[in-house]
Design a protein around this ligand. Structure first.
Ligand code: NAD
Length: 341
């Protein structure tokens, strides 16, 4: 069977998903048949490249498709997700789900009430690096987890390859680097080291863009006793479009990632005298052998829809990340007071 896919939003991330949808899936075929963007020129370029018919409205995309991607700026997600869910069709929505926690809750209700298959763009759950790290910690092979240092930096994405003015508009983005970018990181920290029980956070706004923080530093306390720190920075260093560097200390093992998709990943164990390094294809193969998940989140979505089973990661997983983010912002408003999640 061929799954007919529609796109609402034909910008940077829409194009990225469309590109990944060109790769083979297991359960059948997928074809992008319909696309719409408020920016007609963008939509036309997308249609010329990926082949769908140019639609004149979001409603038309929903009517013409079996499953729909919502890849617009964040503030537009809720209404469009509701439209797709009300039509009873599977939906892939970009992260963050909405501009705040309450909106995210309503969106989870919308997909769960209608029972549509749903997936969120927390795509780093599919990365080889983070699956390796999750496995290393969860297996217990490295002993008791003690700490994580998670550094995420990118140039402020109102410029350069992102070039999105909406990321500087609090009404469209919701807030700055913690919600718009590091909601990925909050999800990953909770997945690898969690559950996180308490956070404390400070934010700064060096660029003086109203409501858009460009530095967030968060301390996250895990139920296991581990303490994690996240530093999320939006700077102006145009040679750094985005990079994640993570170190984990367990009692008997040191783990590190220098890069978010395929490493390199480093491991030092008690009694070893040299660092083990995995990267590139070796990293992909290692991660694939751990859980059988592919590294293509879009193929995973198509396979789930064609096989009629739940997709992963779903909106409820994203809601948990929104809860962490909301607790961090509440803490920042109280000058870093520890806040329960
Ligand atoms: N998963 C990831 O790693 C990742 C990476 C980048 C962006 N994102 C998320 O994806 C979303 C889009 O980001 P982007 O970088 O592609 O932005 P972008 O500016 O490149 O594209 C967004 C597009 O949405 C269109 N749009 C807005 N409202 C619309 C509506 N109601 N109907 C139709 N089109 C509409 C705009 O015209 C624009 O072309 C954001 O929520 C962002 O946070 C996720």
């Amino acid at each position: 069977m061929t799954l007919r896919i529609g796109f609402i939003g034909c910008g940077l991330i829409g194009r990225s998903h469309a590109t990944k949808l060109q790769e083979p899936v297991n359960a059948g075929d997928a074809e992008i048949v319909s696309a719409f963007d408020l920016d007609g020129e963008r939509a036309k370029i997308f249609c010329d490249e990926f082949g769908p018919a140019l639609a004149s409205s979001a409603e038309q995309v929903v009517a013409e498709s079996d499953a729909v991607y919502v890849a617009t700026w964040t503030a537009a997600h809720p209404e469009l997700v509701a439209m797709v869910a009300d039509a009873g069709k599977p939906v892939f929505c970009e992260k963050p789900l909405g501009v705040d926690l309450e909106t995210a809750r309503r969106m989870v209700d919308a997909v769960e009430k209608t029972g549509v298959i749903n997936q969120v763009g927390l795509v780093l759950r599919n990365s080889s690096s983070f699956r390796w790290l999750h496995h290393q910690v969860a297996s217990g092979a490295n002993g008791q987890p003690m700490s994580m240092m998670f550094r995420d930096d990118q140039y402020i994405p109102t410029q350069g390859l992102y070039g999105s003015t909406w990321r500087g508009d609090v009404n469209l983005a919701g807030s700055g680097t913690l919600l718009e970018h590091s909601i990925h990181d909050l999800d990953l920290i909770d997945w690898v080291m969690g559950p996180i029980e308490r956070v404390s956070c400070h934010t700064r706004n060096h660029h003086s863009i109203d409501g858009i923080e460009d530095q967030a530093t968060v301390i996250l306390e895990s139920a296991s006793g581990a303490i994690c720190t996240l530093s999320s920075t939006w700077h102006d260093i145009l040679s750094r479009p985005g990079h994640r560097y993570i170190e984990v200390f367990c009692q008997d093992g040191y783990l590190a990632l220098d890069g978010e998709w395929h490493g390199p990943m480093f491991r030092d164990m008690t009694g070893e005298t040299r660092t083990t390094v995995e990267q590139g294809q070796a990293a992909i193969d290692t991660a694939a052998a751990l859980d059988g998940l592919g590294t293509n989140p879009d193929a995973a979505f198509v396979n789930a829809v064609l096989e009629g089973r739940p997709a992963y990661p779903d909106f409820r997983i994203a809601l948990r990340a929104h809860e962490l983010c909301d607790a961090a912002y509440r803490s920042a408003e109280m000058n870093g007071t520890p806040t329960d999640v």
